[in-house]
Design a protein around this ligand. Structure first.
Ligand code: UDP
Length: 246
């Protein structure tokens, strides 16, 4: 949180945000299942101005072998931002932030994936952010879930993700980059709607107990909207096109 809220109007007198949205309105979301010919499963997501591809490989042999587990499969996630994905060129080397986001996405996906069915193997998830505009971890997590389902990996549920936050002392749904930089709080939430379980919850900023509760509820509502679009993306690939596209 930049704490620079006074510099810009994040919420006007009519309750309209800096990008024209109402407080409970998500950005435009488009999800497509498939697309990568060489992956076992893949997905593409546009979440506002975020554009992200996820590719899933496996279950497959683990290299190096000592990393394998005789009792269960392992999940590996790499989140990577292209140098051109942000306005100020990002160094292509993995940053601390990318390592952290890879870890939280892995931990958010793990409860959904039935890894115990594939001992000694690995499921690899590669995430490429080609354009970033705030909320990439949520968009990436949502795309990765669809890619895992597209790969036919048995899952307990899909993880849908969306952030809630606070600007101008008001709880908002789906925080964009400007709101993330200059607002008061950003709370990414990952949620399995069928199982009613949260698998990702982070908070940057300060909230009262009441605001915290409202943010969690708002984030979950966003996840439910994303979940419908995840299911629609899979239905479009498998039921409307006969599974012909990649
Ligand atoms: N960002 C950037 N350069 C970087 C890293 C991030 O411009 O090296 C921007 C990008 O738009 C990103 C936003 O800052 O979406 C917020 O980043 P954060 O670490 O909060 O993660 P995110 O909200 O993307 O999950």
């Amino acid at each position: 949180m930049g704490g620079r809220e006074s510099d810009m109007v994040l919420l006007d007198a009519n309750g309209i945000r800096c990008d024209g949205r109402r407080i409970d309105e998500p950005r435009r979301i488009m999800i497509k299942a498939g697309g990568l010919k060489n992956a076992d499963g893949s997905a593409y997501i546009e979440f506002g101005d975020n554009k992200i591809i996820a590719g899933v490989f496996g279950p497959r042999d683990v290299h190096p072998k000592h990393m394998s587990d005789t009792d269960t499969g392992i999940l590996r996630v790499r989140y990577h931002m292209e140098p051109f994905s942000v306005s100020e060129r990002k160094n292509p080397a993995p940053s601390r932030r990318e390592i952290e986001i890879s870890k939280v996405i892995k931990e958010a996906l793990a409860p959904a994936v039935m890894l115990e069915k594939f001992p000694r193997t690995a499921v690899d998830v590669f995430i490429e952010v080609i354009q970033a505009d705030g909320g990439t971890r949520c968009a990436a997590l949502s795309a990765a879930s669809v890619a895992l389902a597209d790969a036919g990996i048995p899952m307990r549920d899909m993880v849908a993700a969306c952030a809630a936050g606070k600007v101008a002392d008001t709880v908002i749904l789906d925080v964009n980059n400007e709101e993330d930089q200059a607002g008061q709080a950003d709370m990414p939430v990952g949620y399995m709607p069928n199982l009613e379980k949260i698998t990702l919850l982070q908070l940057d900023g300060v909230l009262s107990a009441e605001e915290y509760k409202k943010c969690v509820e708002t984030g979950i509502n966003g996840c439910k909207l994303v979940y419908e679009l995840q299911k629609k993306a899979l239905q479009e690939k498998y039921f409307q096109n006969g599974g012909q596209q990649n």
